[in-house]
Design a protein around this ligand. Structure first.
Ligand code: HEC
Length: 227
């Protein structure tokens, strides 16, 4: 092992402990993001930046997401019977598809929120509670950890000002989605930074949290909002 590999391993070990990873990934390539590239070849400044930490996070989520996706696919297939099982099975078949399938609107899905606002107050209230709920993640984070409390609205890119669906860098790479709806973006953040399983597409949590994020988007982009 070269000195460089050694250093990289120490860095990854450190990051792993910080973010409660089980296994640091050393050679994972995901949608063009390689750990080699993100941790960097710059021997003089081995400190991880926030963006390289996020890349690692995404790389790790990608690897684990695939496995989780499969496990869930199996569990759901069993619970929901054959018709569903077949669709899930197809998704599992493609090596790369596991994670993308988990964050993409399933066929026949009808969103239970409005992407242009005016959602019922109880949906927003439930969504706000979820936004602060660390039990949604497996790593102690809540949405508020990255996106701020009490209207701070941090951690977003300029794309968040555009009406959904739109392109989001984190959904494009590594999930391969050219555009996302608001609920799909919530799922991307569930699977990647939150290191969790996606929310149930038919449950109450997803439309609630998404309705809340739609209002956050309106606030972020200077429109009238209901928060
Ligand atoms: C570890 C940090 C982190 C956590 C935790 C996190 N996010 Fe994000 N989120 C990001 C980053 C980084 C971006 C910007 C991604 C981009 O533009 O490529 C983002 C962007 C978004 C966007 C806007 C995307 C757009 O431009 O349209 C939404 C909506 C969002 N997150 C929702 C959530 C929700 C809901 C949760 C909790 C379930 C959450 N995020 C948790 C890091 C995080």
């Amino acid at each position: 092992m070269t000195q460089h590999d050694d250093k990289r391993r120490r860095l990854l070990g450190h990051l792993g402990r910080q973010l409660a990873y089980t296994a640091p990934m050393l050679a994972l390539v995901t949608g063009g993001v390689t750990l080699h590239a993100t941790v960097g070849d710059n021997e003089s400044s081995p400190n991880l930046t926030a963006s390289s930490a996020l890349s690692l996070l995404l790389a790790n989520a990608h690897a684990e997401g695939g496995a989780e996706g499969e496990a869930e696919g199996e569990a759901e297939g069993e619970a929901e019977g054959e018709a569903e099982g077949e669709a899930e099975g197809e998704a599992e078949g493609e090596a790369e598809a596991g994670t993308t399938a988990a964050v993409q609107r399933p066929e026949g899905y009808e969103p239970a929120y409005s992407e242009s606002g005016n959602n019922p107050a109880e949906l927003l209230a439930r969504g706000e509670a979820l936004y602060y709920d660390t039990s949604l993640s497996t790593n102690g984070m809540s949405c508020a950890t990255c996106h701020g409390s009490d209207g701070q609205d941090m951690g977003y890119s300029a794309t968040f000002e555009e009406a959904f669906p739109h392109r989001v860098a984190m959904a494009e790479n590594p999930f391969g989605m050219a555009q996302v709806h608001a609920d799909e973006m919530v799922q991307v953040c569930m699977v990647a930074p939150m290191q969790a399983a996606p929310l149930d597409w038919r449950g109450d949590a997803l439309p609630s949290l998404t309705a809340y994020m739609v209002e956050v988007q309106r606030r972020f982009s200077g429109q009238s909002h209901g928060l």
